[in-house]
Design a protein around this ligand. Structure first.
Ligand code: LLP
Length: 373
């Protein structure tokens, strides 16, 4: 709201347009950096890979977590001085060429299956590896973002940890990091503490592990009814468990928490239509611009930025221009009854998994991006 005039001005230059407020990213980064038991912080760049955000988080002491050769190239293109020691590569079912590129760059490589070691022994010989395990359960805001348990493609089942360590040892390699990420948008603060405890047990058994990485997954309050994540309770839990396992360095790799609240999606209303008693406002942004509502039924607050305060309200469905019935940002949302074509509409908390997941379906243009310093 404090940036309303500036946002309206940016919208004039063309929509749909994502805008990121860098001071918000910096504030979240510093809140996490203040948490004592955490020794290493990585930012999962898949959430938002805008160069200004990567540069800001690097300057705040974050390493970067990448999942593809494309993300690795992007990171080193925009941060050419970055030490590869500060980069994690955590792929899933990637081609051999991605691992080759990652080893050539000298970044830390995470593996999550025995079959890769068996199929490409030359590739994994004499390496220091991190191992991603599946602790047998998934958590998160939607079934599509839970990354643990039998139905999930991620992570080595714990029953095969010994087999993995043997295979690695036979290749002259060592498991020096142990990682788990069981889902995204997890509401229970105890989740990470428990994970840390379980991972420490396995790390001790493996013997060569120095770092435990408890993944990302921190939630943000998308609606006024959501409780903000209790960072203090989270930190206390981690401190307790860290005290039990002081031998290991503790790492995290959040994405959403750092960037979601910094970003808004600006669009213009195109048409306002009433059909069978339902009022709809159409935007020039669609499910191709921000996929989260269509993909996960995700909630994002929606506001009419052109008409703020004191307007009589009515319920509108907020839709886009894509030829699919899932192209809906929100149903029965309260908006000024006078909402009209050309009004600037704002979709909130769109800084994570927004632009990075956008596409040109229906031959619609990609959104633009701006940052506010
Ligand atoms: N580490 C790994 C290995 C991951 O797979 C992910 C996210 C993260 C860290 C960061 O998770 P975060 O802190 O952002 O929850 N598109 C979905 C989220 C997909 C998350 C994928 N992996 C959404 O919009 O909700």
């Amino acid at each position: 709201r404090g940036q309303r005039a500036h946002l309206l001005q940016l919208a004039d230059a063309g929509t749909p347009r994502y805008v990121y407020h860098l001071p918000t990213v910096r504030a979240r980064a510093r809140a996490l950096a203040a948490i004592k038991p955490i020794d290493q912080r990585y930012y999962a760049i898949k959430a938002n890979s805008h160069p200004a955000i990567l540069q800001l988080l690097e300057a705040e002491g974050f390493g970067l977590e990448c999942v593809s050769h494309g993300e690795l190239k992007h990171v080193f293109q925009h941060l050419p001085e970055l030490s590869p020691k500060r980069v994690l590569f955590t792929p899933s079912f990637c081609p051999r060429s991605d691992y080759e590129a990652a080893f050539a760059l000298g970044v830390t490589v995470t593996v999550d299956n025995v079959e890769a070691l068996q199929r490409w022994p030359d590739l994994f010989r004499n390496r220091e590896l991190w191992l991603r395990v599946d602790l047998g359960r998934g958590e998160g805001h939607h079934a599509k973002v839970r990354t643990g348990g039998k139905d999930s493609k991620f992570g080595l089942p714990i029953a095969r940890v010994d087999e993995f360590v043997r295979a690695a040892t036979d290749l002259g390699s060592r498991v020096v990091g142990l990682h788990a990420h069981l889902g995204s948008g997890v509401e229970t603060a105890q989740h990470w503490r428990l994970m840390c405890d379980e991972l420490a047990g396995f790390a001790r058994r493996i013997g060569s592990v120095h770092t435990i990485d408890i993944g990302g997954g921190l939630p943000i309050p998308y609606s006024a009814e959501d409780e903000p994540f209790d960072l203090d309770a989270w930190a206390e839990g981690l401190a307790e468990v860290k005290a039990l396992h002081p031998a290991f360095r503790l790492a995290i790799e959040p994405g959403r928490y750092l960037v979601a609240e910094s970003g808004v999606l600006l669009s213009h209303a195109t048409q306002v239509v009433e059909k069978d008693g339902v009022r709809r406002v159409g935007l020039d942004a669609g499910m191709n611009t921000l996929m989260r509502p269509a993909l996960y039924d995700a909630w994002h607050d929606i506001e009419n930025l052109s008409r703020q305060g004191g307007y009589a309200e009515a319920a509108f469905d907020v839709v886009g221009p894509i030829c699919e019935s899932s192209d809906v940002f929100g149903k029965r949302r309260k908006l000024p009854v006078s909402t009209a074509p050309d009004d600037v509409m704002l979709i909130a908390d769109a800084g994570a998994y927004g632009y990075v997941m956008s596409n040109t379906y229906n031959q619609r243009a990609m959104p633009r991006e701006d940052v506010i310093e």
